[in-house]
Design a protein. Structure first.
Length: 148
């Protein structure tokens, strides 16, 4: 495994634990997420019980062994499967989907989140774009760590 890959895997430690999720949907109850390493620490798995009306999901983050770049493989309770390019550097977490994969691309999507200094809160926003250039806010998500 390259040094870039090892460093990329180590950065993911900030996610590990249990989180409460609050969404900007009016009247929605909080959801829950957990992040843990699997398969000898080579992958990060996220399990989410999402606030309504968002679907529950499982996401697996992999690291390219040569470049250290991340890919998130996403599966949800609607049967949707997607692949997101992921970045995580200096407390900024970005997920981007701009091309079709297992699902047609009716619109581009991105999530931009930022960790708090103490790494116990992630504040982020999901956005959509019809043309991949002009982005429109879809909804906000806040993750609050409740257990490491």
């Amino acid at each position: 495994m390259s040094k870039a890959s090892q460093a990329a895997l180590k950065r993911l430690d900030a996610f590990i634990g249990k989180w409460v999720i609050e969404a900007s949907f009016p009247g929605s109850a909080p959801g829950h997420a957990s992040f843990e390493r699997v398969l000898d620490g080579q992958y990060l798995i996220q399990r989410t019980e999402a606030p309504d009306p968002a679907p529950d999901s499982i996401a697996i983050v992999s690291v390219d062994p040569r470049s250290g770049k991340y890919t998130q493989h996403y599966f949800d309770s609607r049967g949707v499967v997607r692949v997101y390019a992921m970045q995580f550097m200096a407390g900024e977490w970005t997920l981007m989907r701009k091309s079709p994969d297992f699902s047609p691309l009716d619109f581009s999507q991105r999530f931009k989140g930022r960790f708090s200094r103490d790494k116990r809160v992630i504040r982020g926003t999901w956005e959509t774009s019809a043309d991949g250039k002009r982005w429109k806010r879809d909804f906000d998500l806040t993750y609050r760590k409740v257990k490491h």
